[in-house]
Design a protein around this ligand. Structure first.
Ligand SMILES: Cc1ncc(COP(=O)(O)O)c(C=O)c1O
Length: 402
């Protein structure tokens, strides 16, 4: 019997952890593991930026490791402001930016700052598993709009019109998305912004993957709210600077809510990791970011192409969109699961145990993700991706699922 608070006990243990520990166990037992579970960039951070950072730390360690004001290093906030102008053409002054301990914390701070216990939040289903847990942790009710395969994982604008502002005080969603990798369509994006403006609802926009776009471009939805009156954007350095373990993110939004966000950040942990703030500052201001993105994006795109082509060819029974962005294939394998009589979770466990191929079940991202798989394509070379999918095919043949 757990002795934890009711709040903590209300959060179910995520099967994600079960699969990750399964992958670790298998590796320890010497099994060749094809681990498709991580939301981790596939290449190390920019060596140039790291070398520059380490040199500066050696010269002035005190300054790189001291406490600093909760809102974050002014130089970094100014650099983020310049970066937003450069990539998005948007004007956000540095005093409307808060530096956080990663994108997940950006979301937590925003949700806690804007919503009260008992309020409803609108989530798209499926979506990033952390959203569901954070909503529960904050005592929120959850309304949903489905994002289905048929619409390229865009929600129905009619659902947004019906629920946002009337049934839910805020919408929280990502573009590019996890787990579906879709980029929100302009039509749906405009509907969200129009409805939010009209009904005075909050738009919490998670842009953790904004630089990982292979076809088309990122939709800078905050442009529809130029004075930033109802839009809060949550960003991360985990994916494009590739420092997920460094824990660094940021938030920008309406001027009047910044002191409240800062208050919550100070309660959660005083200030975001200061050495990482300096690293991000050098990354943004010394020309490292442009060079790094120019190096990694073609690699990720090649891996995306190889993953998509080989999965389509080897498992034609699945329905699969070519991901325009982000890091994940998200195939619908419901017909296959039907033949096997297995849930997506049981399927992923059996596959891991029998072939060392570890993938995530779509149901951990919401009811509408049931029967899908989330497969990371950025962390392995093309030949390894293909080998992993061949083993998946073998598993399906051996179990007479094809
Ligand atoms: C959609 C989305 N938002 C936010 C995050 C959080 O990233 P981090 O806390 O590492 O910055 C992730 C991580 O995978 C994500 O997929």
């Amino acid at each position: 019997m757990s002795r934890a608070s009711t709040r903590v006990k209300s959060i179910p243990v995520n099967p994600h952890r079960l699969l990750i520990s399964k992958a670790h166990d298998l590796k320890r037992r010497g099994v060749r593991v094809y681990d498709f579970t991580a939301g981790q960039p596939g290449l190390p951070p920019s060596m140039e930026a790291l070398n520059y950072f380490m040199d500066r730390v050696r010269r002035d360690p005190f300054n790189h490791f001291r406490y600093m004001p909760t809102q974050g290093l002014l130089e970094l906030r100014e650099a983020i402001s310049t970066d937003l102008k450069k990539y998005g053409g948007i004007d956000v002054p540095s005093d409307q930016i808060l530096v956080t301990t990663g994108g997940a914390e950006s979301l937590l701070i925003t949700v806690w700052s804007l919503l009260d216990e008992g309020d409803a939040i609108l989530l798209l289903d499926p979506s990033y598993s952390v959203y569901w847990d954070q909503a529960k942790f904050a005592g929120l009710r959850v309304e949903t709009c489905t994002q289905s395969y048929e619409t390229g994982f865009n929600p129905d604008p009619e659902c947004i019109k019906e629920k946002l502002g009337s049934r839910a005080k805020a919408i929280l969603f990502a573009s590019p998305d996890n787990p579906t990798s879709r980029v929100i369509s302009r039509e749906v994006g405009e509907t969200i912004m129009d409805v939010a403006r009209e009904k005075k609802a909050w738009v919490i926009y998670d842009v953790a993957y904004k630089h990982l776009v292979y076809d088309g471009e990122h939709l800078w939805l905050e442009k529809y709210d130029p004075g930033l009156e109802y839009t809060v954007v949550c960003g991360s350095f985990s994916k494009d600077l590739a420092i997920p373990g460094g824990r660094l993110g940021y938030i920008y939004g309406p001027r009047d809510i910044i002191p409240d966000l800062v208050k919550v950040k100070s309660i959660l942990g005083i200030v975001a990791p200061v050495p990482m703030q300096w690293l991000a500052y050098y990354y943004l201001t010394m020309g490292f970011k442009e060079k790094y993105l120019a190096e990694v994006l073609p690699v990720y795109r090649r891996r995306r192409d190889a993953a998509y082509e080989s999965f389509k060819k080897l498992i034609p029974e699945a329905r699969l969109h070519k991901p325009p962005a982000s890091m994940y294939l998200f195939p619908d394998i419901n017909p296959i699961l039907g033949k096997l009589g297995l849930s997506d979770l049981d399927f992923t466990i059996k596959l891991a145990e029998s072939k060392g191929v570890v993938m995530l079940p779509g149901s951990i991202f919401g009811e509408a993700g049931r029967g899908y798989l989330r497969i990371t394509f950025v962390t392995m070379r093309e030949d390894e991706l293909v080998e992993g999918f061949k083993l998946l095919r073998e598993f399906l043949e051996e179990n007479k699922a094809l």
